[in-house]
Structures are given as structure tokens and as C-alpha cells.
Design a protein around this ligand. Structure first.
Ligand SMILES: NC(=O)c1ccc[n+]([C@@H]2O[C@H](COP(=O)([O-])OP(=O)(O)OC[C@H]3O[C@@H](n4cnc5c(N)ncnc54)[C@H](OP(=O)(O)O)[C@@H]3O)[C@@H](O)[C@H]2O)c1
Length: 308
């Protein structure tokens, strides 16, 4: 029998709808999760239409293990876990045991679903260099990745500069640990050592000019969708090299997901769930995310079909 799932449908606005799909067939190194909550990420929502119709979409989920992995790895049946993997937005998901982490009892399962993609991205890009006492600029700081990055950079001892698109989007960022909140790049008066860039476009080219010798940019996303034009010779500098790196490392995220959950359990990381509702309302949540109306994460509750 088929299960319910959020599937790609190129004939509906937003290219996503609640439909049905075949039950997942786990490989020996995968467990099967009874999914209770999922979260949306900008990339998945914005580019759903680039996947074939019928694809079960999404990467972030939390739930309860219903089949342990055949190879004996990973959590047992009944464990509450957060998971990262393709095909997450469904009643059941097969996922590598290396890409899950058990959810501490004091952490809400819905909060756990918010963490995987955005939290791992923030954690791993901040680990690209030592940030203790360094100046870290986070663009798109009001978003999902941004709100985790602000908190984790502050936890790591950085001087945190949070950049937002408008003054209204600055809400709550100082409380999360930002030492400065700026609109665009206005008012940044000293060089920065690390830039986590979620926005791209002309702002990225301008941010590059703020980078100290030896500093680095982590290119996380390009939410602006605009091209960046670098002035001639702006990529030349004397002294320690300035670097720009791509990011897309989602290899074996389980242990890092466990770290994020430990931080949440200890009250050191807020999951920043700003929108919560049934997965029947996916179109509404997706539109709010694209319209920059969500401060942090949108979490959807996976509900069984109502019997006729
Ligand atoms: N490389 C990877 O592995 C990876 C992983 C996760 C995410 N990403 C990408 O990283 C970016 C951030 O992800 P996210 O989940 O944090 O997204 P999000 O929650 O939607 O946040 C995006 C942020 O970008 C800012 N922004 C600036 N100009 C924008 C524009 N023209 N349109 C839309 N937003 C604009 C928004 O600022 P304001 O709120 O201040 O308006 C918003 O806070 C996305 O592009 C995503 O696809 C990449």
C-alpha cells in the first residue's frame, strides 16, 4: 500500500503537493523512520520544480524508528531520532544510520526536525576556521541557517555581526548572540575574518572587500539569485591569502546532528521554529519562506489521512 508524501508535481503552483508514493525500500545500512515532523529549506522549496514529477521531496525529518538497519548499525526500534536524507517528506523514510541522531528526551521532536540541513550547514561552515575572538559576518542572518549560525558563532567565542535585509528582520538576533546587527553591510567599520554568506549577488562582492588578509568566505547560498560582479583586481591581495569556498558537505552528519541536539537539550541553542502547522498547509508555509516572512524555520506536522 502507498503512503502519504509531499511529492513534486510540475503542474501545481510551487511544484509541490501532498500526494502518495510507494513505501521506501531500505538498503542494509538504512533504518526506516515513522516520520512525525519535517522542516522546509529555501533551496528545496525554490527548486522543487527541477526534480522529476512524483519525487518524494525534502531532507529534514524527525520521528520514531520502526525498522532498525539490517546491518545492525544505528538506533533500535522505538528510538526517537532526527534524520537527514532524500525522501524525508513522507510518512516513512529510509535513511542511512550515519545520518541520524537520537533525540534527547528533553528535546521536542518537532524542534529536532528543524535542525538537520540548516544546523549542520551552520556548524560545519563555522568549523572551517578558528573563530575564537575573531570577527564573523553572517549574511541572511534572520533565516534558517543564519539564526543557527549566529548562535553557534557566539557559542564559539566570535564577535558576531548579523546582516539582515531590512530593519524589521533584525528582531531577536541580539538575544541569540549577535554583537552587531546591520542592514546589508551598512556600518561595518573593521575587517572581518570569516563570512558565512547566504545571500550572494552584489552584496557578496561588497562583503569580499571587508575580508581581512587571511580571511575566508564560506559560500553557503545565493538567496538573492543575483549575479556578483567582482571589480578588476579585487581578487588580488598582498599577504596571507583571502579564500572563498563552496559548501555542500553533508557526509555522515549523524555525529554533528547529535552535537546540535545536545546544545538544544542544554538550552544553549534555540531551534527557532517560527512557523508550525500541518503538512496539509505546505503551500502556505513554502510561500511564507520564499517571501522572507519566516524568522528561522518552518516545521510541518506529518499527519495521517483522515478516514472517510
Ligand atoms: N550549501 C548548502 O549545503 C546549503 C545548505 C542550506 C542552505 N543553503 C542555501 O543557503 C541559503 C540560506 O538558506 P536558509 O535555509 O537560511 O534560507 P532562508 O531561511 O530563506 O533565509 C534566507 C535569507 O536570505 C536573505 N535574503 C537576502 N536577499 C534575499 C532575496 N533576494 N530573496 C530571498 N532571501 C534573501 C533573507 O534575508 P531577510 O530575512 O533579512 O529578508 C533571509 O533571511 C539559501 O540560498 C539556501 O538555498 C545551502
Amino acid at each position: 500500500m502507498d503512503m502519504r508524501a509531499l511529492v513534486v508535481d510540475l503542474d501545481v503552483p510551487g511544484s509541490l503537493r501532498l500526494g502518495t508514493a510507494a513505501e521506501p525500500q531500505p538498503a542494509p545500512h538504512q533504518l526506516v523512520l515513522d516520520v512525525r515532523h519535517i522542516s522546509l529549506n529555501r533551496g528545496e522549496v525554490a527548486f522543487a520544480g527541477s526534480r522529476p514529477s512524483g519525487t518524494v521531496h525534502g531532507y529534514d525529518a524527525s520521528g520514531v524508528v520502526v525498522h532498525a538497519a539490517a546491518d545492525g548499525t544505528g538506533p533500535a526500534v522505538g528510538a526517537r531520532v532526527a534524520a537527514f536524507g532524500a525522501g524525508a517528506w513522507a510518512e516513512r523514510m529510509a535513511v542511512d544510520t550515519t545520518a541520524v541522531a537520537e533525540v534527547p528526551s528533553r528535546v521536542d521532536l518537532a524542534d529536532a526536525a528543524a535542525l538537520p540541513m540548516a544546523g549542520i550547514t551552520a556548524l560545519r561552515t563555522l568549523r572551517s576556521r578558528s573563530i575564537l575572538g575573531r570577527r564573523v559576518l553572517i549574511t541572511g542572518a534572520a533565516g534558517g541557517v543564519g539564526r543557527y549560525a549566529v548562535q553557534l558563532a557566539a557559542l564559539g567565542g566570535a564577535h558576531v555581526i548579523a546582516s539582515v535585509g531590512s530593519a524589521a528582520r533584525a528582531d531577536g538576533l541580539v538575544k541569540l548572540g549577535a554583537h552587531e546587527v546591520v542592514v546589508g553591510l551598512d556600518g561595518i567599520d573593521q575587517p572581518v575574518d570569516l563570512i558565512l554568506d547566504n545571500v550572494g549577488g552584489p552584496q557578496l562582492a561588497a562583503a569580499w572587500e571587508l575580508l581581512a588578509p587571511g580571511g575566508g568566505v564560506q559560500n553557503i547560498g545565493w538567496a538573492s539569485g543575483e549575479p556578483a560582479v567582482f571589480a578588476p583586481y579585487s581578487l588580488f591581495s598582498i599577504g596571507p591569502a583571502k579564500t572563498m569556498s563552496t559548501f555542500g558537505d553533508v557526509h555522515e552528519v549523524g555525529p554533528d546532528l547529535g552535537t546540535l541536539l545536545t546544545f538544544v537539550a542544554a538550552g544553549r541553542l534555540s531551534p527557532e521554529v517560527d512557523w508550525r502547522g500541518s503538512w496539509e498547509r505546505v503551500a502556505e508555509a513554502a510561500q511564507a519562506l520564499l517571501d522572507r516572512r519566516i524568522a528561522g524555520k518552518a516545521v510541518l506536522d506529518v499527519e495521517p489521512a483522515v478516514a472517510d
